[in-house]
Design a protein around this ligand. Structure first.
Ligand code: ADP
Length: 334
């Protein structure tokens, strides 16, 4: 793996990387997607060809990057990792593309955040494996064509709707990752605990899984914090009691909502009469970016039946009123 993104990894993130599933066998859940990409990868490998470009979408922390790592390993090629915001100029992309060996994977995280110039330069690279370089300027400018090796682009995005259709259409393989169920998250937590040599009680792992917002990354972060509490305030074992205590300290409630989730719901209910209200108004009220609310918080609140998206805006559902202990206004249905 060549990490060409500029950020360096913090200790915590490094630990998360060490817990990353290395093979399809280690990758829990998302069975349909795994079955499909396994076939595509095996076929490409047997033909000695580069795998078709792959677009992975879904909320953060669901395993898009992990899947790219596994694909590279399965194909026996090098994975080159970067992200949309890191590719500022066309030249940044040129440097990456020309460094690719045949059939390598270029992983672009947050591909919806590419600049228009970089995105445009990506089209001929994806389609014809060429990169156009403009030499000089004005009347004397000349276009030089650079040949690239056949490679696979794996793009990751929170929502495919954020991509311009010319880009989206250039991905023959498109898969959408879904939130995980509690049994899968329990499995992920148990396996991670094993790697950390942390003893777990089934009830502890189950509770943690139930309250991890359907997201492996959150399950792992909660596990890391619970490990600290188990070590300092417990007997080193991940018990139900330790998990409860950890989640209380992190303000994660019984349904797995965190402080921001609750603030969003409270704002829709208390400030905007339960909605409908536009996302920007909610964002301003809670002091968070609209994009983050839409990508990170809202999909979970919608899935759990707390919030609905209607053409007129966001509406708090009865479950949200009940969860926050608010009276529903009279005369409102729903
Ligand atoms: P994304 O790229 O979608 O934001 P990542 O692939 O970085 O998500 O996943 C975050 C972390 O969650 C990984 O480091 C890994 O430890 C864990 N994880 C994600 N998906 C799975 C999975 N299906 N099985 C096991 N662990 C997973």
């Amino acid at each position: 793996v060549r990490d060409v993104s500029p950020k360096t990894l913090e200790g915590e993130e490094r630990l998360e990387q060490s817990l990353r599933p290395a093979t399809f066998e280690d990758y829990v859940g998302q069975e349909k997607i795994v079955e499909n990409v396994r076939v595509y990868a095996a076929a490409a490998r047997a033909r000695g060809e580069a795998l078709d470009h792959v677009l992975l979408s879904g909320p953060p922390g669901l395993g898009k990057t992990s899947l790219a790592h596994i694909l590279a390993r399965e194909l026996g090629v090098t994975l080159h990792v970067t992200s949309g915001p890191a590719l500022v100029k066309k030249g940044d992309l040129a440097g990456l593309l020309t460094a690719l060996a045949p059939r390598d994977i270029l992983f672009i995280d947050e591909i919806h955040r590419l600049s228009p110039a970089v995105e445009e330069a990506l089209y001929p690279a994806m389609e014809d494996y060429r990169f156009d370089v403009v030499l000089g300027a004005g009347l004397g400018a000349q276009t030089m064509e650079m040949k690239l090796e056949r490679f696979t682009l794996v793009g990751a995005t929170t929502r495919t709707g954020l991509l311009a259709s010319p880009l989206r259409d250039r991905f023959p393989i498109q898969e959408r990752l879904e939130y995980y169920g509690a049994p899968e998250l329990k499995e992920i937590a148990v396996r991670a605990a094993r790697k950390l040599a942390l003893p777990v009680e089934a009830a502890g792992a189950e509770e943690l899984a139930r309250r991890a917002r359907g997201t492996p990354r959150i399950a792992i972060r909660l596990l890391q914090r619970a490990r600290d509490f188990a070590q300092v305030e417990g007997d080193g074992k991940l018990t139900r009691e330790i998990v409860d205590r950890t989640l209380a300290r992190l303000e994660v409630d019984a349904r797995g909502l965190d402080a921001m989730d609750r603030r969003i719901l409270a704002s829709v209910i208390d400030t905007f009469g339960g909605g409908p209200v536009g996302i920007d108004a909610v964002a301003a009220a809670v002091g968070e970016e609209s994009d983050t609310i839409e990508d990170v918080y809202e999909p979970f609140l919608v899935r759990e039946g707390f919030l609905a998206r209607t053409p007129r805006g966001r509406v708090a559902l009865p479950a949200a009123f009940a969860h926050l202990g608010r009276e529903r206004p009279h005369g409102k249905q729903g």
